[in-house]
Design a protein around this ligand. Structure first.
Ligand SMILES: O=P(O)(O)OC[C@@H](O)[C@H]1O[C@@H](OP(=O)(O)O)[C@@H](O)[C@@H](O)[C@@H]1O
Ligand SMILES: [Mg+2]
Ligand SMILES: [Zn+2]
Length: 187
């Protein structure tokens, strides 16, 4: 069976503004151009896979159920724009600040590559043909460790200057316009 290629997207800082541990729809602010960019990604034949660290769960700021409720609301917003998100992987852990069983040195919290590797296995993704977009060095490292060669960083509040070889753009839309031109493309 032919392998698929994927766009791995970090959530906070790529899809929505990272206001810090966002857990409610009213705090979820889609960044400009995200829907247009995601349409272009799907039209170019990529799966859309979100990989998000959600240590707010480990820290006790919100529950896993809160996360699922927000995720289902977010999926609906994409669906209303005609976009089907293929998978959403999240890490609820934290190695030192986590409460109870959430305190663990897991292999899913970025910069570990676990979420990307699991999605690749489940969805038959060719990592070498895939793209990772994030806003922190840990996103870039997760992509690198998973074997994703195309790494793109969105310039936001985080220092990314140690990420040599990472292309920097102001938004997801700027990345898709760079890769696919102004409109969506089928290949
Ligand atoms: O950008 P993604 O991976 O989608 O999600 C990041 C969030 O879970 C939060 O991650 C936190 O870091 P800690 O994970 O607590 O160190 C902080 O950076 C928060 O501002 C941020 O909202
Ligand atoms: Mg982020
Ligand atoms: Zn984890």
């Amino acid at each position: 069976m032919k392998m698929k290629k994927a766009f791995f997207l970090d959530r906070d800082g790529v899809i929505n503004a990272d206001h810090g541990y966002v857990s409610q729809p009213e705090d979820f602010e889609f960044l400009p151009g995200v829907f247009e960019a995601c349409c272009a990604i799907k039209a170019a034949g990529y799966l859309l896979v979100i990989v998000t660290n959600q240590a707010g769960i480990a820290r006790g700021y919100y529950t896993e159920d809160d996360f699922h409720a927000l995720t289902s609301w977010m999926r609906d917003q994409f669906r209303r724009e005609g976009i089907d998100i293929d998978a959403i992987h999240y890490c609820p852990h934290h190695p030192t600040e986590g409460l109870a069983h959430y305190k663990q040195q897991c292999d899913c919290r970025k910069p570990a590559p676990g979420m990307l590797l699991e999605a690749a296995q489940r969805l038959n993704i060719d990592l070498a043909a895939s793209v990772m977009v994030g806003d922190k060095p840990s996103d870039m490292e997760a992509g690198r460790r998973a074997g994703v060669p195309q790494l793109y960083a969105i310039e936001g509040g985080y220092a990314l200057n140690k990420d040599d070889g990472v292309a920097r753009f102001p938004s997801l839309l700027a990345i898709t316009q760079h890769l696919f031109g102004a409109g969506p493309r089928q290949d």
